[in-house]
Design a protein around this ligand. Structure first.
Ligand code: BTN
Length: 306
């Protein structure tokens, strides 16, 4: 209901009476007033005048009602240990596809290869529960589609020249804007769910020691609405997955790649290898070429551009 009240106020861009809002939504004026009171408590500036209510300011908080059409699938938390854990519980309990768990901050944010993901105020930390009808062997395509969708939104909506580092980092001028982690469960060969978690440096301050990361705020010189970014991103990714053109992901991903044709170092939990990143094949593997001309497909690891 709060989302619909906000929609009416935004649409009007002027004062709207409690009676008008109530009759459009089939609720009483008193009920409208109570919802508006709650919204004010959350930081929305909605002054009342004799003629009704007007929306002057919306805080950039990722409440479910900020995502019309998705409200029941958005789970918003002020703080979590990790959105990955909450999403796993929801997925195991049968939540619908494209359920999204969002946290303002995480106390144990996880990165790839057992690293910590610092999750301070102003960033975007979320995990999507995705239930594609594809065999387990193809689930990596979802990760590539998810990082590609973010790079495309940053480029088309924000004018940021975002590039992709294998496997799924989003970079700007070599510095990391976003990282991705995924977890999968399957029964036999059928994927039950793939949970894709993204940490995006939006309005958070990056500590000077992390000189390999950058925020959208620092790139653009102003804060941006995380709600607008996440909304555009979820719409774009869901559309992409619904269209079922997953096989087109890798060729498009390659066009955004910052990794191809450069010397790289790949680190896994077991070893480090160096070579030239020659290709990303149709299985999402990075094809490395070594000095002696031999090649090797790398399926998992962290990539460092040299
Ligand atoms: C990486 O680049 O190492 C992956 C970082 C992934 C961080 C996100 S933040 C939301 C979700 N919850 C976590 O604990 N991790 C992912």
């Amino acid at each position: 209901m709060k989302g619909r009240i906000l929609e009416i106020l935004k649409e009007a861009d002027d004062t709207v009476s409690g009676e008008t809002i109530g009759s459009r939504l089939g609720i009483s004026r008193v009920s409208v007033f109570k919802h508006i009171q709650k919204l004010r408590e959350y930081g929305y500036d909605i002054p009342s005048a004799p003629a009704g209510y007007r929306l002057l300011y919306e805080p950039d908080i990722l409440f479910p009602w900020g995502f019309p059409g998705r409200e029941t699938r958005i789970h918003y938390f002020r703080e979590l240990e990790s959105t990955m854990d909450a999403a796993r519980d929801l997925a195991r309990n049968g939540c619908p596809g494209f359920t999204v768990v969002i946290a303002e901050t995480q106390t144990r944010g996880r990165g790839r290869l057992k690293r910590i993901w610092h999750s301070g105020d102003g960033g975007l930390y979320f995990t999507m529960v995705i239930r594609p009808q594809i065999p387990l062997a193809l689930c990596w395509q979802i990760n590539f589609a998810a990082s590609l969708a973010l790079a495309k939104i940053l480029s088309s909506e924000y004018g940021i020249e975002a590039r992709l580092k294998w496997p799924n980092d989003v970079l700007f001028k070599g510095k990391k804007i976003a990282g991705m982690l995924s977890e999968v469960e399957a029964e036999a060969d059928a994927l039950t769910y793939i949970n894709v978690g993204l940490g995006v440096n939006v309005n958070n301050d990056i500590s000077p020691v992390e000189d390999t990361a950058v925020s959208i705020k620092a790139i653009l010189g102003k804060t941006v609405s995380r709600q607008r970014l996440l909304s555009a991103y979820l719409d774009a990714l869901e559309k992409r997955l619904d269209e079922g053109r997953l096989h087109e992901t890798i060729p498009e991903w390659k066009r955004f790649s910052a990794t191809l044709h450069r010397p790289v170092r790949i680190q896994t939990l077991q070893e480090t290898v160096k070579g030239i990143a020659e290709d990303v094949d149709e299985d999402g593997a990075l094809v490395l070429r070594f000095k002696d001309g031999s090649k090797r497909r790398i399926l998992y690891g962290d990539c460092f551009h040299r």
